[in-house]
Design a protein around this ligand. Structure first.
Ligand code: PLP
Length: 323
């Protein structure tokens, strides 16, 4: 079977994820469960779309080596897709990677490159990107998926997730989105604003990330935030930006579980806490239909966000309560 036919075969297993609707904070909250994608996260969408388009155009052949900088869900999605297609994939990761993800990448990829030097902003992104550039120079038939700059990242959210939310949530009034490469925010906001310009789009970022021109500082939670302003952000149409602290994210993950029984990752907790903070200062209404995504499950965060000892480093006053 050709690579293209193989991709066609699994296409229907990525996207069209369910929405769980709950009544909380006097609003209707629609939670898009993105961990139902085939390889476990929202990043299956851009990883699949980028590879699909490159295979379709002939840019990727059977001997092409795929290279990418990611310590998280994007690397896991690419590793699975490349393994399925019989393509070599070299992920460039950093020491913040969780040990289960590193283990899985080592199983699925013949080579995993770890950078250890922090960049000038205190993160690893810029070091990882220069490593990607040197690996691409070393491998003549290589393809850098380049999630930060590849338009097929944000276009998949325009074509799929944005439309799905419009179909699944009648009367949509607000959307809260976590940001890292800006792909989700750009594609989703473009599609939703086109159809319903009145929908308020709120971007949620973590303290220490420079995406929305804040001062850089070390970050300890993967999935959201960035050490650079992502080029894809220029396609985004948003009305507000909320910044949450590490402590907010810890609280948000627990509150999301307590209120909805959804056990989700850091960016889900960040967005849920963002929604709580927003409706603490803006009047809520039972007519509001608010959308958020759960990009991944909580399992990958057992050593961090769901480890009370780790969390205590960020807690200033109260002790954590059990979920
Ligand atoms: C768990 C999680 N949440 C949110 C995001 C942010 O998505 P985007 O890169 O589209 O801004 C990512 C991206 O890696 C992620 O892995």
């Amino acid at each position: 079977m050709s690579m293209f036919d193989k991709l066609e075969k699994i296409k229907y297993l990525i996207g069209n994820t369910p929405v769980h609707t709950v009544e909380v904070m006097n609003i209707t909250l629609g939670i898009k469960l993105e961990y139902f994608n085939l390889f476990g996260s929202i990043k299956d969408r851009p990883a699949f779309n980028i590879i699909y388009e490159a295979v379709k155009s002939g840019r990727i052949g059977q001997d092409t080596t795929i290279i990418e900088s990611s310590s998280g869900n994007f690397a896991i999605a690419l590793a699975n897709i490349c393994h399925y297609l019989g393509l070599k994939f070299i992920p460039v990761v950093d020491p913040n990677i969780n040990k289960d993800y590193l283990q899985l990448l080592k199983v699925l990829c013949s080579e995993v490159v770890m950078v250890t030097d922090r960049d000038a902003t205190g993160g690893y992104l810029l070091t990882r990107i220069s490593m990607v550039e040197s690996l691409c120079a070393k491998h003549p038939d290589s393809f850098w998926t380049n999630q930060y700059n590849n338009p097929h990242n944000y276009l998949c959210y325009y074509d799929s997730l944005g439309q799905e939310l419009l179909n699944q949530l009648e009367g949509l009034t607000h959307v809260f989105i976590a940001v890292s490469t800006g792909g989700t925010l750009a594609g989703l906001s473009k599609r939703i604003k086109e159809e319903k310009p009145s929908v308020e789009i709120v971007a949620v970022d973590i303290e220490g990330s420079v995406i929305f021109n804040q001062q850089p500082k070390s970050r300890y939670i993967s999935g959201l935030g960035s050490s650079m302003v992502p080029p894809l952000l220029s396609h985004a149409q948003y009305d507000k930006v909320l910044h949450v602290t590490h402590e907010d994210i810890i609280d948000g993950c627990r509150a999301l579980y307590n209120d909805t029984h959804i056990f989700a990752g850091g960016s889900s907790g960040a967005v849920y806490q963002g929604i709580r903070q927003y409706f603490a200062t803006h009047p809520a209404s039972h007519e509001y239909v608010v959308a958020m995504c759960c990009p991944d499950r909580g399992n990958a965060y057992m050593d961090t966000l769901y480890n009370n000892e780790w969390c205590n480093k960020f807690k200033k006053t109260e002790q954590l309560c059990c979920i």
